[in-house]
Ligand binder design. Structure first.
Ligand code: T4K
Length: 402
């Protein structure tokens, strides 16, 4: 490992010659993948509820133990369709510490996202605060199982029942995770998955609504296909939310490797925990090993009081070394447009969101990252934190910053 004077911010060569990204795709072996894609091409049935989409939906229903899976072109459109098919309108309570798509899927259809603070232990909706935000205009709650860790589903569903609200979950991070032994996918009125390239299970772009509600699934299925109820018959307003056959083929091949993808994530996660143990001020977020977890995000909290270096400066130093750590989900949806202008005082109600958004850092993992790489990243972070006083002093000087 280099010394601090050799760090790339001081002009040394970066630790890694190629950028080490968060979210490199996990892909199945090339031969099996190309065979499935070849079969799609040979069939010349490329989209519109094709055989691969149907097979993928069936496999996902079995895997998640749900009655319905409606595969879509991406997670965002799946959220938009789920929201519309569930009849949400007016105001919907959501966390702000999430990817912007959660809020946009509501605002896109003139529904007001009401941002709720999170429980700092779980990073998920604080149920007590949800209740306080309910108004006569509230029609639903969208919980996000952030990092794949389940929301307090029992708490949310209790409130929803009492106040007659719909509960949807944005389960974009939670594919293959469980809560109290039950797979995520079957909770609330419906759950939405993302199969984006950066997710543990990918269909290139893709997503799905999964639900046990027959009527909700039926509406979503129609909405996904312009509202067509049959040839020449449209019974609903709809959009084009269809998944294509190549995406579904990639999904089918990926499902066969899913356990191996999770195992790689878990191995890296344990390695990060070992490698960062004892580094002052750096905590690796825990998963509940008694449940099924996908371990797709290695999330750390950087506590500046103990590290002696702020999260943002640490990220800058890592980027210079080609370790492309991410600040998910800084600064929180409420602090981005249009929400920042709509609700300029929202931050006053979101102290935990603001506090966490300023200190979370996500590190590279997945099948593209091996244990030796994790070790080097951990050593680098240890080097920076151990020398934080010198670094802050040196980097703080305008001469070097220029
Ligand atoms: N709800 C939640 C809670 C979500 O996290 C998301 C998506 C959604 C809803 C919406 O689902 P989708 O509509 O996306 O299905 C990324 C993803 O684009 C986004 O899907 C994901 N969440 C979010 C957490 O991460 P960015 O802006 O960080 O993406 P980007 O382009 O910087 O990619 C991340 C890294 O991945 C890159 O640094 C390089 C690597 N990468 C990416 C792609 C696309 C690759 O190596 N290969 C690739 O093909 O949002």
């Amino acid at each position: 490992m280099k010394g601090i004077e050799e760090l790339a911010i001081f002009g040394g060569p970066p630790l890694f010659s190629e950028p080490l990204h968060v979210g490199r795709p996990n892909l199945p072996p090339r031969d099996g993948l190309l065979e499935r894609i070849g079969a799609v091409i040979d069939r010349r049935w490329l989209t519109n509820d094709g055989p691969c989409v149907r097979e993928l939906e069936a496999r996902l229903r079995d895997f998640l133990g749900v009655r319905h899976c409606v595969a879509m072109c991406n997670g965002t459109v799946a959220l938009e369709i789920a929201i519309r098919a569930a009849g949400l309108h007016g105001e919907v309570i959501v966390p702000s510490l999430t990817f912007i798509a959660t809020a946009h899927a509501l605002q896109w259809q003139q529904i007001t996202p009401v941002f709720c603070d999170i429980d700092p232990r779980t990073h998920n909706l604080d149920v007590a605060q949800v209740e306080a935000l309910i108004t006569p205009r509230t029609t639903g709650i969208i919980g996000v199982h952030l990092w794949g860790r389940p929301c307090d589903v029992e708490g949310l569903e209790r409130i929803a029942r009492r106040r007659e609200l719909t509960v949807l979950y944005d389960a974009a991070h939670a594919f293959g995770c469980s809560h109290r032994g039950r797979m995520i996918g079957g909770f609330g009125d419906g759950e939405v998955l993302s199969f984006h390239a950066t997710k543990v299970f990918t269909t290139l772009e893709g997503g799905a609504l999964v639900t046990n509600d027959d009527a909700l699934a039926g509406r979503a299925r129609l909405m996904r296909n312009f509202g067509f109820e049959g040839y020449d018959a449209v019974g609903y307003i709809g959009t084009n939310g269809k998944m294509n056959e190549v995406s579904a083929a990639v999904g089918l091949a990926s499902l066969e490797c899913f356990d191996a993808f999770v195992a790689a994530n878990r191995r890296n996660y344990e390695r990060y925990r070992q490698g960062l143990a004892g580094v002052p001020g750096i905590t690796v977020l825990r998963y509940d090993d008694a449940e099924r977890c996908n371990y797709q995000y290695v999330v750390t909290e950087v506590e500046e009081r103990l590290t002696g270096i702020g999260r943002d400066r640490l990220v800058d130093i890592l980027w210079a070394e080609n370790v492309m750590a991410r600040r998910y989900f800084y600064p929180g949806c409420h602090a981005m447009e249009p929400y920042r202008s709509y609700f300029p005082h929202a931050r006053l109600l979101l102290p935990e969101t603001e506090r966490l958004a300023a200190r979370l850092m996500t590190l590279p993992t997945g099948t593209a990252v091996d244990e030796a790489t994790v070790d080097r990243v951990c050593e680098l972070i240890r080097l920076v934190v151990t020398n934080s006083a010198v670094l802050e002093h040196t980097l703080g000087r305008p001469r070097l910053l220029a």
